[in-house]
Design a protein around this ligand. Structure first.
Ligand SMILES: C[S@@+](CC[C@H](N)C(=O)[O-])C[C@H]1O[C@@H](n2cnc3c(N)ncnc32)[C@H](O)[C@@H]1O
Ligand code: SF4
Length: 459
């Protein structure tokens, strides 16, 4: 049998992360205000019926060298003020066209670092949204947090605003690793943050983010980090593989000078941390998410009810059409994507000039809608199973077959490499094959062509 290290050499070509289908670098169609409004009106008739909102806060007190997000060094208060006012204008203008009979199910603040700005800004944005829509029972109000900036007063204000899902970007507990990537550790011990939140809201969800593949990490040190995490019992935990794309983010070049771990060590970090998490009652979701069994993502995963968008895994209960506001944010509707301007001052100017800040869009063809269902099903349920997908999504099986690429000879190669277990009409991703799930998705995707410097490597 082929050794895992040889598999990396074999499958070491760049593949999309498939957080959307098609991937965001395909969003290249131009649009005007009439198109934008038309897309929003069209979304009112699309499934799923709820309203999800994403708001991007691009500011950070300090930039971490590994970061692949749209993040900018902190600006003066008047720029932040102008930025938030622009987001408010954008929300007011866009929501005018959203069907008010639909319910708000999810608000997600991402970044950048949403907790780098005064919480009164977050308060005004949440209040504005809640004043515009009725909500489902227990809507998810989520925020990505850099723990190094958190104080108890700030956590209190988040709880008061109504946040109930807190995602802590820990990345690593090892001080040397954090120093290597220009990141501060938390002032309040992470365990105290978790206890504080849980004491105030018993059904809050706390998530931890980690990254493996950073300079200074070893298999042993990363396992120690995960062991510490497990002892603090977050409801959810993510181990991201470090995505090295220095042609998109020049800061990442600095990490090369510090020495990035070898791919084979990254694999061992992935494998050993997963083994440890499973031993400690965490249930795997997709490639790199883990949840306790009391978490609603666990129930959704066993009921084939998981969904995935740019904000990560979610359930079909909370997912809706995603209306995104702020710089670089992407609205995700059933039939279209719309991307906002990436530069902060250009964003503010566009909102002042025309009331919106879209730059590019993508209109999905009927065929792409089917491919997206297949790839989402694969990423959520680790299987290609047209019969089950047909039943779950009411798509005739024949239509699924007509729109995907299914080359038995290539799938046999994945099978021989112990990546999938298959029969003539369906297959499952094997444990050993998880790290290559994006390569398998690309094989099913008839529109995928190999091109380096477009995507990160699988590991
Ligand atoms: C918007 S960022 C984090 C929010 C917050 N600013 C923080 O630093 O904790 C969301 C997550 O993306 C992950 N991330 C960022 N850059 C990455 C990269 N190049 N490769 C893999 N994961 C990355 C990190 O785990 C991070 O917590
Ligand atoms: S990881 Fe978070 S704090 Fe660091 S640069 Fe990225 S968004 Fe900012």
């Amino acid at each position: 049998m082929i050794h895992i290290n040889d598999l990396f050499t074999k499958y070491d070509y760049a593949v999309p992360r498939y957080t959307s289908y098609p991937p965001a670098n395909h969003f290249n169609q131009s649009l005007d205000t009439d198109d934008y409004i038309r897309f929003i009106k069209e979304s009112n008739n699309c499934e799923p019926q709820n309203i999800s909102v994403y708001i991007h806060i691009p500011f950070c007190k300090k930039l971490c060298y590994y970061c692949g997000c749209n993040s900018h060094i902190m600006q003066k208060e008047d720029v932040i003020d102008k930025y938030i006012n622009s987001v408010i204008i954008e929300i007011n203008n866009s929501t005018e066209y959203i069907d008010k009979k639909r319910n708000l199910s999810q608000i997600h603040f991402g970044g950048g670092t949403p907790n780098s700005i005064d919480s009164r800004y977050l308060n005004s944005l949440v209040k504005l949204l809640l004043s515009k829509f009725s909500t489902i029972d227990k809507p998810e109000i989520a925020i990505e947090l850099n723990p190094s900036l958190l104080t108890y007063e700030y956590i209190d204000s988040l709880i008061e605003i109504g946040f109930n899902r807190f995602s802590l970007g820990i990345q690593d507990f090892d001080q040397t690793v954090l120093e290597n990537v220009n990141r501060d550790s938390s002032v309040i011990p992470i365990g105290d943050i978790v206890d504080y939140i849980k004491n105030k809201i018993s059904d809050a969800t706390v998530n931890f983010d980690f990254i493996y593949g950073l300079p200074g990490q070893s298999v042993e040190s990363f396992l120690k980090t995960i062991d510490t995490a497990v002892s603090l019992k977050p409801d959810r935990l993510v181990t991201f593989s470090y995505a090295h794309v220095p042609w998109m983010n020049k800061n990442q070049l600095y990490l090369e000078t510090k020495g990035l771990p070898l791919a084979e060590n990254k694999v061992e970090m992935f494998r050993s941390s997963k083994e440890h998490l499973l031993k400690n009652d965490y249930h795997p979701i997709g490639l790199d998410h883990y949840v306790l069994k009391k978490d609603e993502l666990y129930t959704a995963s066993i009921n084939y009810d998981l969904h995935r968008n740019f904000q990560g895994y979610c359930t079909r209960r909370t997912t809706g059409q995603v209306y995104a506001f702020g710089v670089s944010s992407i609205s995700q509707f059933e039939r279209s994507y719309i991307q906002n301007i990436k530069d902060i001052s250009a964003y503010i100017k566009s909102i002042n000039d025309i009331g919106y800040a879209f730059t590019k869009c993508y209109n999905l063809s009927n065929s792409e809608l089917i491919i997206r269902e297949v790839i989402n099903h694969l990423m959520c349920n680790l299987e290609f199973n047209p019969a089950r997908l047909s039943e779950l999504r009411s798509i005739p099986e024949e239509i699924i077959w007509n729109n995907i690429r299914f080359r038995q000879e290539n799938l046999k190669i994945f099978e021989d490499d112990n990546i999938i277990e298959r029969n003539q009409k369906n297959f499952k991703i094997k444990d050993n094959g998880l790290l290559f799930i994006r390569n398998v998705a690309a094989e099913l995707d008839p529109n995928f062509e190999r091109a380096d410097n477009l995507y990160s490597k699988p590991v």
